[in-house]
Design a protein. Structure first.
Length: 134
């Protein structure tokens, strides 16, 4: 085997190991706006698909996704700080929550992302009727 072929093969193998495609958020209305951490995967054991809530601005339906990651929370938090620079950020008991009123959101609508050790919880809170119910 030629040395250049071997080097090219090793380069392709190492690059393919670095590129990890972010999982799709099935059912997300604003999936083109929601940043998804690439080194994560949908948790098949997630218990909650969505919930209806009422508040000052009306009735909303929040669709949820739980993603598992082996990366340290600090690395995931850095990703979301860069991806959502205008989000409100709160840290409580080691968990970091980003609350983002995305472009085009109606009053009270938001994307919320909570980073915990080994878990990224994403919710898309929209006015009733925008999400298709499971």
């Amino acid at each position: 085997m030629k040395k250049s072929t071997l080097i090219a093969g090793l380069l392709v193998a190492s690059l393919s190991g670095c590129a990890h495609k972010a999982p799709e958020l099935d059912g997300a209305i604003n999936k083109d706006k929601i940043p998804v951490y690439s080194n994560s995967e949908i948790d098949p054991g997630q218990a909650l698909a969505g919930a209806e809530t009422s508040g000052d601005y009306g009735t909303f339906y929040a669709k949820y996704w739980d993603l598992k990651t082996s990366d340290p929370p600090e690395k995931v938090v850095e990703f979301y700080k860069k991806a959502l620079p205008t989000a409100k950020v709160e840290t409580n008991e080691g968990n970091t929550t980003f609350n983002w009123e995305f472009p085009g959101a109606e009053k009270g609508e938001s994307i919320e992302i909570t980073v915990k050790p080994g878990l990224i919880h994403i919710s898309e809170d929209l006015r009733i009727g925008k999400h298709k119910r499971n």
